[in-house]
Design a protein around this ligand. Structure first.
Ligand code: C2G
Length: 132
């Protein structure tokens, strides 16, 4: 049973997120997602449209996601990897190199981001549309 873990805000879930989750799941048998809390989003200077609870409902409906845990800070990853016995840590390659310190605890894989799509881009488009 190979366990994969990844983290993110996953706001306004889009095909770029799904593409990441699908490839992450394909690396093992079980995918755990550390979903950024609203408070942690503030620490990341991100304001999500949906609350943590709403984003969790949407994420749990994704066929590639087996378990959602809260991501509350930058420091919890090592503990999570040990607690959930994760074998592989996956992130999009916009984070390339940033989590190499986890290589002491599990395999670290950065997957190519899906170009073009992003939650912030979608939000900006909709705000402009609504304003016009
Ligand atoms: N992603 C992607 N392609 C996109 C957009 C996002 O592959 N077009 C990936 C990101 O690289 C990330 C995941 O989808 O691996 C979630 O993206 P975000 O919700 O933007 O997560 P982020 O704010 O980068 O938070 O501790 C890690 C952080 O919580 C990551």
């Amino acid at each position: 049973m190979k366990r994969v873990i990844t983290y993110g805000t996953f706001d306004l879930l889009h095909y770029g997120h799904i593409n990441l989750l699908k490839r992450a799941k394909a690396l093992g048998d079980y995918l755990i997602v550390g979903l950024s809390s609203d408070e942690f989003n503030e620490m990341k200077n991100k304001k999500s449209y949906y609350t943590y609870e709403q984003r969790k409902i949407i994420l749990e409906a994704c066929r590639y996601v087996d378990w959602v845990i809260p991501e509350c800070n930058w420091e919890q990853k090592i503990n999570d990897i040990q607690k959930y016995k994760a074998d592989i840590f996956v992130m999009g390659d916009d984070w390339k190199g940033k989590f190499d310190f986890l290589k002491d605890y599990c395999e670290v894989i950065y997957l190519p981001r899906t170009p073009e799509v992003s939650s912030s881009r979608t939000k900006k488009y909709l705000e402009k549309k609504l304003a016009s």
